[in-house]
Design a protein around this ligand. Sequence first.
Ligand SMILES: [Zn+2]
Length: 206
Amino acid sequence: MPETTESILDAAVDGGATTLAVRRAVFNSMLAARGINEARICELTGLDPGAVKRAVDHLVAAGIATTDGAKGAQRLVDGAEGLTIRKSGHAIRISGSELHTWCAFDIVGIPAALGLDATGSTHCPTCLAEINLEVRKGEAVESEVVGWWPALSGGPVIEAFCPSASIFCNLNHLEAWRSATGAKGVPRTLTELAQAGRTTWARFRA
Ligand SMILES: [Zn+2]
């Protein structure tokens, strides 16, 4: 598999302590299937409201957080680092929470990074069949399904990476989609996606 030496999430934002503190607070809130407003982020991190607002703006611009668009301290972060409390085409059950993800890769990669059990479901882009996924103690349960790892093209992560980070029924369905779309990237097994996940979400390990 190609080297994955850098987290696409970490690469999208500055590595400062303020940004990281806000990312951790928001990610943990998402894991609990709860949105979190800026006032609560201030409480949890001890940061002042201006610093939290700037950090959330930064995360939104980088495409690693979404908000409800409200103004001020009540602005609610409703998605971050691949997890979202908005409904999406990809469901995950993790840490006793049921929520959604931005892409199929997240379903495997996040529990792999955290060493957790998870189950989830997504749909094959070629035949639209539902695909059920399982991770046990951070290890993907392998099957003939295969993931697509998009070539990085720059731009906000949620727009540039997530829409095509799909999982297909099998390599034939992946290849049919690849030739129809001309997409640039590489296929990856679930085990390889889990490994990529450990890099991508390394920051969020307890
Ligand atoms: Zn299929």
